[in-house]
Ligand binder design. Sequence first.
Ligand code: GDP
Length: 457
Amino acid sequence: MNTIVALATPAGRSGIGVIRMSGPQAKSVAAQITDVEDLVPRRSHLRRLTDPGTNLVVDEALLTYFKAPNSFTGEDVVEIGCHGSPVLLRQVLDLCLDAGARLAEPGEFSLRALSNGRIDLAEAEAIRDLIDARSIAAARQAVRQLRGEFSHQLVPIKEDLLNVIVVLESALEFVEDDLPETSRDKIVGDLKRIFEEIRKLAGSFKAGKLIREGIRVALVGRPNVGKSSLFNALIGSDRAIVTDIAGTTRDQLYESFAVRGIPVSLIDTAGLRETLDKVESIGVERSRRTMADADLVVVLLDASDTVADEDLEIIKSVADLNYLIVINKIDISHPESVNEIVSSLSNLSNGTSSTIVEVSAKTGAGLGDLSTALIEPFTAEDVSSAGFLVTDARHYDLLVRSADEIEQSLSLIRENASEEIILVGLHNALRYLGRITGETTTEDMLTRIFSTFCIGK
Ligand code: GDP
């Protein structure tokens, strides 16, 4: 097994940057680039990092050694905390590579932890999910999974299923006649219970997916209705998490915040409109795609103005989408004009039974109602205080497949099928459950899963 090295902190300037090494040579690589003779496990050592080629001091760093098997990966691990200069960190990485380490693949530290039995697959995935979490609720669920809650919930289910399999297998081995009626009834009862438990876990995925992936909300409306103002007001109204979503440009005005634990990505199409002036067709196309990709489109109207043809055009264009009408600027309008807008909308041919929320981006009035209305179509419950939730589509898929197999086995039992045939489905069900924690996961599947991790994890 060779020794791997990677930057464990984000690339970029920062106070400190941590380089992590794992493998049998971790200690000797560290010895070659420092003046340290022997690292004491679980103790920090402030040492000079030296380039062995030039003997020049590169940095003063804090080295921490975790002796195998008492480390994250189960191997010898050395963490080097340097000053957070990208140039320096690159140089220290190169020194480690020259001294015999190789660059880690994405997720390779976690893969080694899995291979050495330090964590199971669901726990490894929880580390990725925790790092990627976009709301406190999502982080909380990832920590629960990381602490083995999911795996623990699966243990009794797998054990019960195995017990049923053992009874059926032994009936196959030792009994010439059919299973006695009483055993059959017990097996049916046990399988029904196991089926329900798996289904219950799978049923939590709807809420789990919501807190993990959140919802995409596009803000549309004619110029000057207050899209940018509302965008800023919403972002400022709940600053639980406000980030730029990686991979999107600033001109898309794409920000994220959380409403009761659900990450909401808000896209201000005003940003798209600016592009529209320059490259009209691209702008229109982008705007249209943004709306079509969104889980919810917010159509903004101006309460201080009458409903214009352009507003009606916009409402018509979102008729097939999930949309919400928001009447802005209620601070400068009369209640009658808002009523007028509402009644002119109800005359629309496409019905517009859609929810209507009245707000003022300026004073903040109605923003709480709007936040609630944004997440209402997606959940009735408060997911931030929910119990353990299945958040990963891979886990959900395996739970559903496992439940399906059990359901089929149950109908085979009712049809008096032979134990041999019934057992096929039950073995499959057990294998699917095992794949969640990685007990029965194939090598290429593991490679695929760990490729979704980033380097240094
Ligand atoms: P956009 O073109 O749709 O992005 O609209 P803006 O956010 O740029 O707002 C257009 C104008 O309306 C600006 O002068 C804002 O200050 C004003 N405005 C936006 N929202 C409100 C509001 O709730 N009340 C009042 N009184 N003015 C608002």
